[in-house]
Design a protein around this ligand. Structure first.
Ligand code: SAM
Ligand code: SF4
Ligand code: SF4
Length: 334
């Protein structure tokens, strides 16, 4: 069965946050003033167990979900993550299983994740400058740890690896060509993401956004590009380098919203289902699991919840959405 929402959008993809903790404190996501030593992270018992996550994914595949992406917080901090990957990889009907990570622990974990059945990997990389890396990520871990993690992932058989770069005006916009050159040389697929107003703590301003069209102009002037076809539900607009050195993606979530095609739900680490990255409240699936709802009950709940969905926050952003409550990115998982 394929469920659709009030705007006729199917439910096809699920992002699962497996932890709300992170070993970085990127200023645009978990600023240290908010996510400091006293921040109340979820207790272990509040996290969905691997069995609970796998059960929900099995039920969701019955409603049309074909793709799952694991995220966080930093997903590689979740203990025994390859075990979860192995359990999800065995769910019938699931066609794609991917993970987004900051890359710092890939050196240790990439082989086990690959062996467990992880198909695709996205690594966040906003800068190639060691000093800038440490100030942007606000971590003592060096940039080399991420770069060697990328090497380890390639050696483990992942490829092409996607690199996510969030550009901010006056912060790292001067690295567009350096990052693209690095990705071209290494055979990775770089995607530039417009800085978004997720959560309420990252100090977002519209003039910090570097528009995707501007990024494309800078790339195009150096390496001619041609557009690639867009698949249903795809958020990035992909371009091919005409010289045959791979592809580059642009995610214009702010300047060219794609709500009309949005087919994603998000499951937070504590088991709430959100139907938009900018939602303020979610459906408490963990509560339903733990009071003993049957698979049929959960299927009906999920299906009704998606059926009521009206979200199109990014399309409405230009109207008055600032100041409304919404969930933090590290909780819901990007
Ligand atoms: N910790 C992992 C990582 O950094 O890849 C996974 C979780 S992180 C929340 C997922 C993605 O969201 C990252 O690529 C990150 O750059 C992106 N992100 C976080 N805050 C953002 C913001 N305000 N605007 C755009 N992208 C953001
Ligand atoms: Fe951590 Fe990822 Fe957020 Fe950076 S973007 S603070 S690495 S969760
Ligand atoms: Fe989807 Fe919400 Fe983002 Fe629009 S704003 S694309 S509905 S997650």
């Amino acid at each position: 069965m394929q469920v659709v929402d009030t705007l006729g959008r199917p439910l096809r993809a699920l992002r699962i946050s497996v932890t709300d903790r992170c070993n970085f404190r990127c200023r645009y996501c978990m600023p240290r003033e908010v996510f400091g030593p006293d921040y109340a992270y979820l207790d272990r018992s509040a996290l969905l167990s691997f069995e609970e996550i796998t059960r929900l994914v099995r039920i969701a595949t019955g409603l049309g979900i074909a793709k799952v992406r694991l995220t966080g917080g930093e997903p590689l901090l979740r203990r025994e993550l390859p075990t979860l990957v192995r359990m999800l990889a065995a769910v019938p009907g699931l066609q794609d299983l991917a993970l987004t990570t900051n890359g710092a622990l890939l050196g240790e974990l990439a082989p086990a994740l690959r062996a467990a059945g992880l198909k695709r990997l996205t690594v966040s990389l906003d800068t190639l400058r060691p000093d800038r890396f440490q100030s942007l990520s606000d971590t003592d871990l060096p940039l080399d740890k991420v770069l060697s993690g990328l090497e380890a992932a390639r050696a483990a058989g992942f490829g092409p690896i996607k690199l996510n770069c969030v550009l901010q005006r006056g912060v790292n916009e001067d690295e567009i060509l350096d990052l693209a050159a690095f990705a071209r040389e290494q055979g990775h697929t770089l995607r530039f993401i417009e800085f978004m107003d997720v959560g309420t703590t990252n100090g977002w301003k519209l003039d910090s956004v570097v528009p995707a069209a501007e990024i494309r102009g800078i790339l195009q002037a150096r390496w001619p590009l041609e557009p690639l076809p867009v698949a249903p539900g795809q958020v990035a607009r992909d371009w091919r380098y005409r010289d045959g050195r791979g592809e580059v993606g642009l995610i214009a979530s702010v300047t060219a919203p794609f709500c009309r095609d949005c087919d994603r739900a998000r499951l937070s680490a504590d088991g709430h289902l959100y139907t938009c990255l900018f939602a303020a409240t979610g459906l408490d699936l963990k509560g339903c699991l733990r009071v003993g709802h049957s698979d049929a009950d959960l299927t009906a709940l999920l299906s009704a919840h998606w059926g009521r969905r009206e979200d199109r926050y990014s399309e409405l952003r230009r109207e008055n959405t600032q100041g409304l409550p919404r969930i933090e990115m590290s909780h819901i998982g990007g």
